[in-house]
Design a protein around this ligand. Structure first.
Ligand code: ADP
Length: 357
């Protein structure tokens, strides 16, 4: 562990080094006698932990804390002080220090607690910051994607109103068609969003799943919905041992994969093949199609929410289907990946344990 000691008193630095050295044999130290020296050092090398003296001549300690945070927001920082009073501790933590360490209590249990706590808190702050950013981005894209069909409904309603006021009928059916499609887009987005957000809330039961029956029902439903021939689907899952999983989450994955396999397919004779394979991780369910395929550089990216490789004019969609699949697969203790189908098109591989965790 690399530790940066910031303290103007060389005696105190030596005491801290000795005490920490006893607690953590692998610790290495960089020392700084002033805040400027510490900030310069931080620009060249990032330690795993900072111990910052509360009383640095020429700087208010909490100001030092802020300056370090500006440079490296997720560094674990422990404020050290010679006074050791409760008020100071509260102030330090309130100002953003991860921990507080009185220099007159440098015994192993206190050090261990302070160091571990500071590291845990910094990791927690980082995770919180990442999920806040993700949420912000999610909300941004969502509001944009939801606004688009609503704006479309607004514009075409206006045009429709004008035409009807002026007694023109020619474009009425076209405008109503656009309005209907935009309303469908908005409700598909809300439905997919509900599935995406609900995935975490569905209880993770482990029930016997008759994969053959689930696939059979899905293929019939999709063939009917999409007006494609049922013989587009070839399902071959005979050799499978008993599978225990969460049926709702598993069904969502398979439905999205099968639906995409048909949707992203301009082949005169669309073909979707479902096969299974047993491997060390459990069972692999493989959905292959002879559709438009996915270029290699996008094959990981498509599992991120709202990632679409085509415009809505080419293929309708929300960009949430595969994100739901990936999230569900992870919850079921498995994984989902995509590769090129050697016969052309794409191949999605869902790996699941025979019994979910
Ligand atoms: P949606 O279909 O709603 O756009 P998805 O998350 O299901 O969202 O898919 C993300 C993107 O991945 C799609 O927009 C499409 O470009 C691509 N994709 C998904 N499945 C396939 C497939 N079987 N073949 C080709 N491209 C696909």
């Amino acid at each position: 562990m690399k530790i940066l000691l910031i303290d103007d008193d060389s005696g105190d630095r030596a005491t801290l080094k000795r005490a920490i050295g006893k607690y953590s044999l692998g610790a290495t130290f960089t020392e700084a006698a002033s805040l400027d020296e510490a900030l310069n050092g931080l620009r060249h090398e990032i330690p795993d932990l900072v111990l910052l003296d509360y009383q640095m001549p020429g700087t208010e300690a909490l100001e030092g804390l802020n300056q370090i945070r500006e440079l490296e927001p997720f560094l674990p920082i422990i404020l050290t002080t010679g006074y050791g009073d409760e008020l100071l501790a509260a102030r330090a933590i309130h100002a953003g220090a991860d921990e507080y360490l009185p220099k007159d209590q440098l015994n192993t249990p206190v050090l261990e607690h302070a160091i571990q706590n500071a590291i845990d808190k910094a990791l927690y702050r980082q995770a919180l910051d990442e999920s806040r950013r993700e949420l912000e981005q999610f909300a941004h894209v969502l509001s944009h994607d939801l606004r688009a069909p609503l704006n479309q409904i607004n514009s075409f309603s206006e045009l429709l109103k004008e035409d009807l006021q002026e007694g023109r009928q020619d474009d009425v059916a076209t405008y109503l068609d656009f309005i209907g499609r935009a309303a469908n887009d908005a409700s598909a987005l809300i439905r997919m969003l509900t599935d995406f957000l609900r995935a975490d809330k569905i209880e993770l039961t482990s029930e016997p799943v008759d994969l053959h029956a689930v696939l059979d029902e899905l293929c019939r439903m999709l063939a009917e919905q999409k007006g494609k021939a049922l013989n587009a689907f070839h399902v071959d899952v005979q050799d499978l041992p008993a599978l225990h999983s969460q049926p709702v989450l598993l069904r969502q994955i398979l439905q999205n994969l099968l639906s995409n396999a048909l949707k992203y397919n301009n082949n005169e004779r669309p073909l979707v093949e479902v096969t299974t394979r047993l491997d060390d991780a459990g069972v692999a369910i493989i959905v292959s199609d002879n559709g438009i395929g996915i270029e290699e550089q996008y094959r990981e990216h498509i599992f991120q929410p709202f990632t679409r490789l085509h415009s809505k004019d080419e293929y309708s969609g929300t960009g949430l289907g595969l994100a739901i699949c990936a999230k569900n697969a992870a919850r079921l203790g498995g994984s989902l990946s995509c590769e090129q189908n050697p016969c052309g098109g794409s191949r999605f591989i869902l790996t699941l344990p025979l019994k979910n965790p």
